[in-house]
Design a protein around this ligand. Structure first.
Ligand SMILES: Nc1ncnc2c1ncn2[C@@H]1O[C@H](COP(=O)(O)OP(=O)(O)OP(=O)(O)O)[C@@H](O)[C@H]1O
Ligand SMILES: [Mg+2]
Length: 506
């Protein structure tokens, strides 16, 4: 570090992974420092920082405070803790001998940091810059987020969807193919063009009942599995009808007629007279189901997986369906996507021929820690098996505590923006080995768009200011004041027109 001025010095008990230091320079949380020892030049991250003045500790008498304040002015210093990250020139190797107390620490050079946080070599996404070093751009590795999944966590309004958008833009630039389960209809209008045409492909939300699992069908019909007699008749009618369609004995558009015909027949059959009430109950439920979800069913619909377009932002708009139905749709699609990727990897026909990155907003509803949803099962399966088949998951939530810890712990990569609730922080810390208590303590003090990034996607953990996405989404906060003002203007305009019409002078 010839010619460079140290900014501080190591003190206290030092270990191979952690060092304490004092400094009289202004050192910020998340700063990167360098130290040289045992023949290595090691990068370290400031994970805790305090500012203190030994003359002004909490034991002083309030009456003396002013006098002491005057003579001790300017005598404050910084005390902090470093996480030792490793030697950037030796693949972040961490020396096995700790640094000696008294070792100088230096501000990390821009050159070193740029080397560590990468450049776009065709496999990375530019996500923002280091929080404390705007001159150091930060890149994340695409293969890592697709193969090892990603969780994006923050309080409401913390900047989750903006982060998702930045990542989506980066993926689309590289011909990445994405499927977004759009719970709030935010991404349907994602204004992003690729080669002169819109990048968004809206997936028709139509399910062919013939392609549903019986369990999925049963949820639409609102037949509880504890209503076992109803369950038995519905299952039989469904299976027999699907078989007839698949064997070509009846046309797809005869599905409902055939299904109801079977139930009607049984209801009238003397042989089933003991179950007549239950069978009629099922018939009514099928009627209700058609009425409630009629437009969601399309008898000749090709599978949703076949609609997924390569290189596009494929969006399934779930903003119009309730949570129960969103759960069936998401699980249905996840199951089929996994199946299709497996076929493709095994070189069978009818597969999905390219890797897919899937974004699930409101992940705590779909993969809840308390409610046993169908999606939770498929999310966990893809989280576990996805990497063998090129299926990446991006779980986005404002309630990490309510997210299934199984799914969360499979997300090797994390973008954690502002998190205030201690329960949320604990839950995240438990799911991630590399998240220290010190870093967790910093999460409440982050501002919008400021995030802690960790995992395989980035070579060392970093506090980052995420850039603003270029594409406009719908679903940004509505300004009530502005909307009222605009509405008033509109009212005034209408009143004026009416006055003009009825003006006797006119
Ligand atoms: N990186 C950023 N830089 C500057 N402003 C940002 C950034 N990220 C988000 N914002 C601002 O904060 C607002 C909320 O961001 P965003 O919609 O991404 O939050 P969210 O966490 O998805 O919220 P919600 O929980 O409501 O879905 C945005 O409209 C934007 O103006
Ligand atoms: Mg959002």
């Amino acid at each position: 570090m010839k010619g460079r001025k140290p900014v501080g010095v190591c003190v206290g008990e030092l270990t191979t992974s952690e060092a304490e230091f004092i400094s009289n320079q202004r050192i910020a949380l998340g700063d990167y420092l360098e130290l040289e020892y045992e023949g290595y030049r090691v990068l370290a991250l400031v994970k805790e920082i305090k500012r203190l003045n030994r003359s002004l500790d909490d034991s002083i008498d309030p009456e003396d405070a002013e006098k002491i304040r005057q003579f001790s002015r300017g005598r404050s210093f910084f005390y902090g803790k470093l996480t030792i990250l490793g030697d950037p020139d030796r693949r972040m190797f961490i020396p096995r001998i700790p640094p000696e107390p008294g070792t100088y620490i230096y501000e990390a050079s821009t050159e070193t940091l740029r080397k560590v946080f990468g450049k776009d070599d065709g496999t990375k996404i530019h996500i923002g810059h280091l929080l404390t070093r705007p001159d150091v751009p930060v890149f994340i590795d695409i293969d890592s987020i697709v193969s090892r999944h990603l969780a994006i966590l923050a309080v409401t309004g913390g900047g989750k969807s903006n982060t998702v958008s930045v990542i989506l833009e980066g993926l689309l630039e590289k011909d990445g193919t994405v499927l977004v389960f759009d719970m709030h209809g935010e991404y349907v209008n994602f204004a992003y063009e690729k080669g002169g045409s819109p990048a968004v492909k809206r997936i028709e939300l139509a399910l062919n009942p013939v392609r549903l699992h019986y369990h999925e069908f049963r949820i639409f019909a609102n037949v509880d599995d504890s209503a076992y007699i109803q369950d038995r008749y519905l299952r039989r009618a469904f299976k027999e009808t699907v078989e007839k369609v698949v064997n070509g004995e009846i046309q797809a558009d005869q599905f409902w007629g055939h299904l109801e015909g079977l139930l009607q027949g049984w209801a009238e059959d003397e042989a089933y007279k003991d179950d007549r009430k239950s069978i009629t109950g099922v018939l009514n439920k099928v009627e209700d189901m058609k009425e409630a979800y009629g437009e969601l069913f399309a008898l000749n619909q090709s599978p949703i997986v076949e609609q997924i377009e390569f290189g596009k932002l494929n969006v399934i708009d779930l903003s119009h369906v309730d949570e129960k139905i969103a759960d069936i749709i998401v699980s249905h699609v996840l199951r089929n996507v996994l199946e299709a990727r497996k076929r493709s990897v095994r070189e069978l026909s009818g597969g999905l021929e390219f890797p897919l990155f899937m974004v699930l907003e409101e992940a705590h509803i779909l993969a809840s820690s308390t409610v046993n949803t169908r999606s939770r099962y498929w999310i966990s399966r893809i989280a576990r098996e996805g990497r063998k088949f090129g299926l990446g998951l991006c779980l986005v939530t404002q309630r990490p505590k309510a997210l299934d810890s199984n799914a969360l712990s499979q997300a090797n990569n994390m973008v954690i923006l502002k998190l205030v609730e201690p329960g949320d922080q604990r839950h995240v810390q438990q799911a991630s080995e590399s998240l220290s208590a010190d870093l967790v303590n910093q999460l409440p003090s982050l501002n919008v768009g400021e995030a802690l990034l960790m995992g395989k996607m980035i070579s060392v953990p970093a506090l980052v200011k995420v850039k603003l996405a270029k594409a406009k989404r719908s679903g940004n906060d509505i300004s009530a004041v502005e909307s009222w003002r605009e509405y008033k203007k509109k009212l005034q305009q209408v009143n004026k027109e009416l006055e003009d019409i009825f003006d006797p002078e006119f």
